[in-house]
Design a protein around this ligand. Structure first.
Ligand SMILES: [Zn+2]
Length: 431
């Protein structure tokens, strides 16, 4: 598909000229530092005023429409869980809110709201940052990502049509088998993707399969984008050598969108167009601390100084790539597990967290694969817990890992945090 068709399709969907939106976004992301920080500051002041005037939660917290941001108490996941409605803007009726929730294994399950402009701005930024990795508007991309529909045998034609228009090819990262990886490899030999977008662990799995079977990609890849999990250095070096191209790591979260993107020089640049990032540390340039995000576009439910659950540090270096967005020097503390079944199928941990985040009666859970035949599911329940919820969770586990897998459900008071301080939703002892 051509770039013109891709732009026309997006213009049709959004009802605005997509070409001009994209060039505005790209110009801002490449602007001199002073310009981008001035834009960010203006957006921040606007958001704080909006939050004060239209949300009960922030009105009580701020006391004024232009508070000093460094004095605003941080937004914790527990605040969102307990005060969801008070965090929502009165300016947005229920039907204009878009419900979302954390998947992956990167934080406690959490439900929240976003609006249409948030999603539009998020996509514009993603498209512009993806061009750093060699992708261009409308060009084919192989996506190795979780798709629940496929795992449950649902064809979902609307989804397929969307992929056609976006020029996306999917390999289900939740469910990688030799057969699906071979099919994807053959398909890519025909469609020559310019870029791959993948979970690091799924990319590693695909690379290992190609390597072991002497399948050499001849796709003229310009780059690979990884996201949603910690990118381990051995994953990076192995996948870069198999595919013969550079990996560009993208850091983001469902709650706030794209946070930072790696450039050609290997630095993570912070997305100051869409968010204001702080490090909760006495000296954010030398001592790593919790990352706090203020999302600048989500007016339906403002996230202000949101503790996302990752740890980072800032750098004051000037990047040789020429981009002037500030640099996130270190990103620590994201991990996940992959489950292996008796038939040697791999199930991505994100599958379980997506299935379980909204189970009524469940405050927290942790799934531990002890062996190919036995799993332990630890659950912290609340008063709404029922036998139906227990059956649902066990069925989902057995559906993915095997009907004869024994699932021991343990109702516990708490699930202790590991030394890293990052909650682990899934642990596999099978590898
Ligand atoms: Zn750079």
């Amino acid at each position: 598909m051509s770039k013109a068709a891709w732009l026309a399709y997006n213009t049709y969907r959004k009802g605005i000229s997509y070409r001009s939106q994209l060039s505005k976004t790209a110009a801002l992301l490449n602007a001199p530092r002073a310009d981008i920080l001035a834009f960010q500051n203006e957006q921040l002041e606007k958001l704080l005023r909006h939050a004060y005037h239209t949300t009960p939660y922030y009105r009580e917290l701020f006391k004024t429409e232009s508070p000093d941001i460094s004095q605003i108490p941080t937004l914790e996941k527990s605040n969102i869980r307990e005060q969801l409605e008070r965090l929502c803007s009165e300016a947005f009726p229920q039907e204009e809110r878009i419900k979302n929730a954390t998947g992956g294994s990167t934080g406690a399950p959490l439900t929240f709201y976003q609006d249409r402009n948030y999603w539009n701005q998020r996509n514009l930024s993603v498209y512009c940052f993806d061009r750093w990795a060699g992708w261009d508007f409308g060009e084919p991309q192989l996506i190795i990502w979780g798709a629940l529909a496929d795992l449950e045998g649902d064809e979902h034609w609307k989804y397929q049509l969307n992929n056609f228009w976006r020029n996306h090819y999917w390999l289900n990262g939740f469910h990688l088998t030799d057969a699906t990886m071979r099919t994807a490899f053959r398909q890519m030999d025909k469609s020559h993707p310019q870029t791959i977008l993948a979970y690091p662990s799924s990319l590693y799995q695909f690379a290992a399969y190609l390597f072991e079977n002497s399948l050499v990609p001849k796709w003229d890849l310009k780059g690979i984008i990884t996201s949603a999990e910690m990118l381990h250095s051995h994953y990076r070096s192995f996948a870069e050598s198999v595919f013969g191209t550079k990996i560009y790591n993208r850091y983001g979260g469902r709650e706030v969108g794209l946070i930072a993107m790696e450039c050609i020089a290997g630095h993570m640049h912070i997305n100051c167009r869409d968010l204001y990032l702080e490090i909760d540390s006495p000296d954010p340039y030398t001592q790593p601390g919790d990352i706090l995000i203020t999302q600048l576009n989500n007016y339906a439910m403002p996230f202000i100084r949101y503790r996302i659950g990752d740890i980072g540090r800032l750098s004051d270096e000037t990047c040789p790539c020429g981009n002037q967005l500030p640099i996130l020097a270190e990103l620590l503390g994201r991990s996940t597990a992959t489950f292996r079944t008796k038939t040697d199928t791999l199930i991505h941990a994100g599958y379980f967290t997506q299935q379980f985040y909204n189970v009524i009666g469940v405050d927290q859970f942790q799934l531990i694969q002890e062996s190919l035949k036995h799993c332990v599911l630890k659950v912290v329940i609340n008063t709404q817990w029922t036998e139906t919820a227990r059956r649902y969770m066990v069925q989902k586990i057995q559906g993915a890992l095997g009907a004869d897998v024994i699932v021991t459900v343990k109702l516990v008071e708490e699930i202790p945090l590991p030394a890293s301080g990052k909650r682990e939703f899934t642990i596999s002892k099978v590898f």
